[in-house]
Write a protein that binds this ligand. Structure first.
Ligand SMILES: Nc1ncnc2c1ncn2[C@@H]1O[C@H](COP(=O)(O)OP(=O)(O)O)[C@@H](O)[C@H]1O
Ligand SMILES: [Mg+2]
Length: 371
């Protein structure tokens, strides 16, 4: 699979843009703030129907405009040979996603069909930030790998929202009491879903961790042992019982204080948290290894290589880690690659020994053109 062309309308700092892309390596070169990462984000939209950066879709509409469109034509290995994906949003309306002009009924049906992996300077946020960041990351990866997991997660989240609404009403003194029967009915549905999420998250990690460890060892100088473990109140517990045991507290706090939505993934180096123990370099290796393992699992599961988006790697990584990434580009571990940099000469030097086809684009203040 590769992205043949990309078209933008009023997307972030672009009025319009139209690019024909290489199935090999595509380099976006330009000053800071010119719109390089925005191009990668547009590709992220085509893959995952959302931004990798902005929390809200409306932030992707160019300031002053009232809609955006991102359109991509993909080449596939199967019939039909070309498929057009379009994401668009008009201010105040629902986002639409079409496949060959046919709207998807559910965005979820698109997830995993055109996989992409982004390696960016912000990846170490996964280590430094709270559990929500890590849950989101692994949920998104598992959703791309396994549709059953995605369906389960959507159902779990919908029930959790209803449950929290009941808790809010119950705690609101102006309403007369709360509907405990309803809460119990919701919990009866929620409990098995949470339990299943735990099983799937555990199963996923048992496959993911060895791949991650191999990538870390290839990237890092040291021989330190790294791992990640799954942390959940539901492990070895009965979720239905947990829900009952916490009911009073839930009503007091007006939210669900126990469940799969509080799971975490703990990153360890020599059995100590990476966040507090590892050097900056080790943290960077850790984060890249997470992404390379993601790439490998997606590629294996779907028998097609994900698009690889490399944001600012020459600026933010040291030579050794850059060299490792470029080895993987050169030996064609990756398929189609998109990379950004501020300096054309540096990029050309770094890529001197890469033999796959390369296209260079100059990005200047929201205008992009092939060099
Ligand atoms: N919705 C938007 N409307 C207009 N400009 C935007 C919007 N979102 C982001 N930008 C602008 O895009 C520019 C950043 O682009 P980016 O792709 O991150 O640059 P870089 O080339 O450094 O990666 C910033 O100047 C930012 O203000
Ligand atoms: Mg950038």
């Amino acid at each position: 699979m590769s992205l043949d062309s990309l078209q933008l309308l009023f997307f972030k700092n672009y009025d319009e843009a139209a690019l024909r892309l290489s199935p090999g390596l595509n380099c976006f070169i330009g000053d800071n703030g010119s719109g390089k990462t925005n191009l990668l984000d547009a590709i992220h939209y085509l893959s995952l129907t959302k931004s990798a950066i902005s929390a809200s879709d409306s932030l992707s509409i160019k300031q002053g405009a009232d809609f955006f469109v991102v359109k991509g034509v993909f080449s596939t290995n199967s019939e039909p040979e070309h498929e057009t994906i379009q994401v668009s949003l008009r201010q105040g309306q629902k986002k639409t996603l079409t496949h060959d002009k046919q709207p998807y009924e559910r965005m979820a049906d698109h997830i995993g069909r055109y996989p992409a992996v982004l390696i960016s300077p912000y990846d170490t946020d996964l280590i430094r930030q709270g559990s929500e960041e890590r849950r989101k990351y692994f949920d998104s990866l598992m959703a791309q790998l396994d549709h059953q997991f995605l369906e389960l997660l959507i159902s779990y989240n919908a029930l959790l929202r209803q449950r929290n609404a009941v808790l809010k009403q119950g705690g609101d003194r102006s309403s007369h009491g709360f509907d405990r029967e309803y809460l119990l009915a919701l919990d009866e549905q929620l409990a098995p879903l949470g339990q299943q999420l735990t099983v799937l998250r555990e199963a996923f990690l048992s496959e993911y961790v060895p791949i991650f460890q191999r990538h870390y060892q290839q990237l890092a100088d040291g021989r330190e042992a790294v791992t990640l473990t799954y942390k959940s109140e539901l492990l070895g517990a009965d979720f239905a019982q947990l829900l009952r045991a916490n009911e009073r507290r839930d009503f007091a706090l007006q939210r669900s204080t126990t469940g799969s939505h509080r799971d975490d993934f703990v990153f360890l180096m020599e059995d100590i948290p990476v966040k507090s123990h590892a050097s900056q370099g080790q943290q960077k290796s850790f984060a890249i290894a997470l992404k390379l393992a993601q790439f490998e699992m997606l590629a294996a599961r779907q028998q097609q290589k994900p698009l690889l988006l490399l944001d600012d790697i020459f600026d933010r990584l040291d030579d050794k880690r850059i060299a490792r990434l470029l080895e993987l580009v050169a030996d064609e571990t990756f398929g189609q690659v998109f990379l950004t940099d501020t300096n054309l000469e540096r990029t050309d030097q770094a890529l001197a020994r890469v033999t796959i086809p390369i296209l260079r684009f100059r990005v200047q203040n929201g205008v992009v053109a092939a060099v």
